[in-house]
Design a binder for this molecule. Sequence first.
Ligand SMILES: Cc1ncc(COP(=O)(O)O)c(C=O)c1O
Length: 361
Amino acid sequence: MSRAARAVIDLSALRHNFQQAHRAAPQQQLIAIIKADAYGHGSVPVARALADADVFGVACLEEALSLREAGIDKPILLLEGFFHTDELPLIQRQKLQIVVHSERQLEALASLPAQAFSIPAWLKVDTGMHRLGVLPQAVPAAWQRLAACPAVAPLLGLMTHLANADDSGDDTTRQQLESLAAVRPDPSITVSIANSAGILAWPASHGDAVRPGIMLYGVSPMLGESGAQRNLRPVMTLSSELISTRQCKKGDAVGYGGSWVCPEDMPVGVVAIGYGDGYPRHAPSGTPVLVNGRRAALIGRVSMDMICVDLRDQPAAAVGDPVTLWGAGLPAEEIAECASSIAYALFCGVTSRVKKETIDG
Ligand SMILES: Cc1ncc(COP(=O)(O)O)c(C=O)c1O
C-alpha cells in the first residue's frame, strides 16, 4: 500500500458548474479557462469533460500543445498571445487563437509575410487592471492595424479583464465597463469581459463571450462566499489517511518548534499530507480537516509530509481512517481563508506527488 495522499477530480461536478456558467450567461460563447493544468485539476481530463465549451483558454503555447497532443481539437485561445515570433508558425499550424495585448505583438504581426499566416486574434484593452492590454486611447489605431494585418484573420473582437469584480460593492467594474464601451468602434464588434465574478455578479459584463475559470472548479469568486451559495460543487477533493495516533500528555509540544502544546492528556493523529503535497505551509493550528467525515483541528506546524490533528472528539480514530483536507464537505475557500491564501493557489499548488484520480458521477 503506497502513501494515501490523493486528489479526486469529480468530472460530473465540473460539468454541473459549467452548466451554472451557461445558465448565468446563456447567450454568450463560453471560453472555459483551463490554464495552469486546469487550475491544478488536470487540463486533459477537464477539457475532455467540457465538451460543451466553445473555446478553451490557456496561458501559453506549451499548455495548448499538451491539449492538442491529447487529441483536443476545439479552438484554443492563448490568453497572453505569443511571447516570441518564433512561436507563430506552430500557433498557425495548431490552429490556435491569440490575444494581442501589446504594441510589440502588433509590430511583430504587422511584419509577417503576407499570405503566410491567418491567426484569429482578440485585441486586449487595458480598461483599469493595468496589467496587459493597449490603453483605451490607443484602441482605434491598434484595431485598424490589426484589421489591416494580413496575418490576422479573423479579428475576433475586443477583450478586457476585470480587476475587482469579486467585490460587488466596488465601483471599478462599472468604470471598466464604461471605458470599454467608449472605445468600441462599432457596437457590432464582439466583446469578452467577464471572468467568473463577472458572470455571477455583473450581468452588464457578459458581452458576447464569457471566460469562466474558478467557478468551473466549484469555488465562488465572490469575497466571503462559498461555492455552495452559488450552487457550485467542489471538483477537487484532497484527501489522505491517518498514519499514526498517539496519546499525548498535558504539556507535550506537538511538531516543529513546539508551537502547539497539549492543554490536557489527549489523542493526537498524524496525517500523511504536508507542504510537499501542496498543503499550505502557513495553515495555522485550528484549520479544519475532516477525519472520518467529522471536523477536527490541525495542531502545530505543517511539515513537508505530515500534519498533526486534534483527536479529542474522536478518540477511537485509528490508522487508516480517511482524512479530507478540502473538497467535498470542506470548502477549499475555508482552508484558503485560514491560510491567508486563495483557493486558486491551493489548487495550483498540489504537487505531482499527489495521485490524481478522476471520477464521473
Ligand atoms: C484573461 C483571463 N480571463 C479569465 C480568467 C478566469 O478568471 P476566474 O478564474 O476568476 O474566473 C482569467 C484567470 O485569471 C484570466 O486571466
